[in-house]
Design a protein around this ligand. Structure first.
Ligand SMILES: Cc1cc2nc3c(=O)[nH]c(=O)nc-3n(C[C@H](O)[C@H](O)[C@H](O)COP(=O)(O)O)c2cc1C
Length: 335
C-alpha cells in the first residue's frame, strides 16, 4: 500500500505525506487549534471548520480562510452550501488564500443546514451534488473532495452509485463517516461498509468514525483497506493524537505523549493565543478546550471545575501553575 495519498486535481496533483487527517470540526479546528495539532503532525492534512459559501461571498467568515499559505503544512477548506455558483466563488477565494484542496460537505446532519439543502441533504439531491462537484472542479485548479455519510435514512440507498457519480464528476477523494444521517453519532461506525466502497472506487477513500487511538486506527485500516483515516472527536483535548496515530501506523516507535504538566502548560499556551486573537471572548472558547484537556489524572475533575469558572485568564494561569507545583511536590507528574 502506498505511504502517501495522491490527489489528481484538474490543474495539479497534490500529495499528502501522511495517511492521518484532521476532521473539519465546527467551533474547534480554527487556525490556533490547527497550529497546536501541527506541532505533532507536520505532514497531515488539517481541515478548517466548515464554512458557508454564501456567507463567505458576502464577506462573513473570511478570517477562517485567511493566509492559509502561511501555515506550515497542507490545509483543506471545507465548504457547505447548496448553491453551485456560491460554492464555486467561495472555492476560488479559498484557493487564492492558499487552500491545499476544497472539500464539499455532504454529510452534516444538523437540521439548520440540511433543511436549506446543504450538508447531508445532498445525499438525497444527487443531481445537485453532482452539479456542485462539476462546477467547483471547473472553477479551481486544486483538487475537490467530498465528505459524506453512508446514507440519509438507511444504508439501502445505493450510496455506492452516488459516490461513483461523484468520482466521475471530478471528486478526487472521498471521506466516508460510517454512519447514516439518521444515525447521527449513535451506535458504531460501519467500517465494513466503508471497506466495500473502497473496493469500488478508483479515487482515494478516507475512513472516518470512531477512530480514537492507534489501536482503532490499525483495526480500521485492516477492515477497510482505506487510503487514509480521518480523526474527529479523538483530537478533542489531545492535539497530539493525529501525530500519535501517524507514528503508530508508520510503525515508528517512541512517540512521546505530553505528560500532565505539559498538557496543563498547553492549556495556558492555547488560552494566550486565543486571547491575543479574540480578546476576552478567547476565554469562552478556551473553556471547552479546558474541559476536554483537563481529564484523566488525579484531581482533574476538581481542577476542571475551577478552571471553567475562572473569571479571567490570569486566574486560569494561577490555578494551573499552583496545580503543577503541587503535582511536582507529590511527584504525580506521570510520564
Ligand atoms: C464538534 C464537532 C464539530 C464537527 N464539525 C464538522 C464540520 O464542520 N464538518 C464536517 O464535515 N463534519 C463535522 N463534524 C463531524 C466530524 O468531522 C466527523 O465526521 C465525526 O465526528 C465522526 O468522526 P469521529 O468519530 O472521529 O469523531 C463535527 C463533529 C463534531 C463532534
Amino acid at each position: 500500500m502506498s505511504s502517501v495519498i495522491k490527489l489528481k486535481g484538474k490543474g495539479l496533483t497534490r500529495i499528502i505525506k501522511s495517511k492521518v487527517i484532521l476532521s473539519p470540526l465546527a467551533g474547534v479546528t480554527d487556525k490556533i487549534f490547527r497550529k497546536l495539532v501541527r506541532r505533532w503532525a507536520p505532514d497531515s492534512l488539517l481541515f478548517t471548520e466548515m464554512i458557508n459559501a454564501t456567507s463567505l461571498k458576502k464577506g462573513y467568515g473570511t478570517g477562517k480562510i485567511k493566509q492559509l499559505e502561511l501555515e506550515e503544512g497542507p490545509v483543506g477548506v471545507q465548504i457547505f452550501d447548496n448553491r453551485p455558483y456560491a460554492v464555486s466563488e467561495a472555492a476560488k477565494l479559498a484557493e487564492d488564500s492558499g487552500a491545499f484542496l476544497i472539500d464539499i460537505n455532504m454529510g452534516c446532519p444538523v437540521k439548520k443546514i440540511s433543511k436549506k439543502g446543504g450538508g447531508s441533504a445532498l445525499i438525497k439531491d444527487r443531481l445537485l451534488a453532482i452539479e456542485l462537484v462539476k462546477r467547483v472542479s471547473k472553477a479551481v485548479e486544486i483538487p475537490i473532495t467530498v465528505k459524506t455519510r453512508l446514507g440519509w435514512d438507511n444504508k439501502e440507498e445505493n450510496i455506492e452509485e452516488f459516490l461513483l457519480n461523484l468520482q466521475d464528476s471530478g471528486a478526487t477523494m472521498v471521506t466516508i463517516h460510517g454512519r447514516t444521517r439518521k444515525e447521527g453519532f449513535a451506535g458504531t461506525a460501519d467500517w465494513e461498509m466503508i471497506g466495500k466502497i473502497k473496493k469500488l472506487l478508483e479515487i482515494p477513500v478516507i475512513a472516518n468514525g470512531d477512530i480514537k487511538n492507534p489501536k482503532d486506527a490499525l483495526n480500521c485500516f485492516n477492515q477497510t483497506n482505506a487510503d487514509g483515516l480521518m480523526i474527529g472527536r479523538g483530537i478533542l483535548g489531545s492535539p497530539w493524537k493525529i501525530g500519535e496515530i501517524d507514528y503508530a501506523i508508520k510503525k515508528q516507535k517512541g512517540f512521546k505523549e505530553p505528560n500532565i504538566e505539559e498538557r496543563l502548560l498547553l492549556i495556558i499556551e492555547h488560552l494566550d493565543e486565543l486571547i491575543k486573537e479574540k480578546g476576552d471572548h478567547g476565554l469562552l472558547i478556551a473553556r471547552k478546550h479546558i474541559s476536554w484537556t483537563c481529564k484523566n489524572f488525579s484531581g482533574a475533575t476538581k481542577l476542571r471545575n475551577n478552571l471553567v469558572r475562572a473569571i479571567d485568564a490570569e486566574e486560569v494561569k494561577e490555578l494551573i501553575n499552583k496545580t503543577i507545583e503541587s503535582l511536582k511536590t507529590d511527584q504525580k507528574l506521570l510520564a
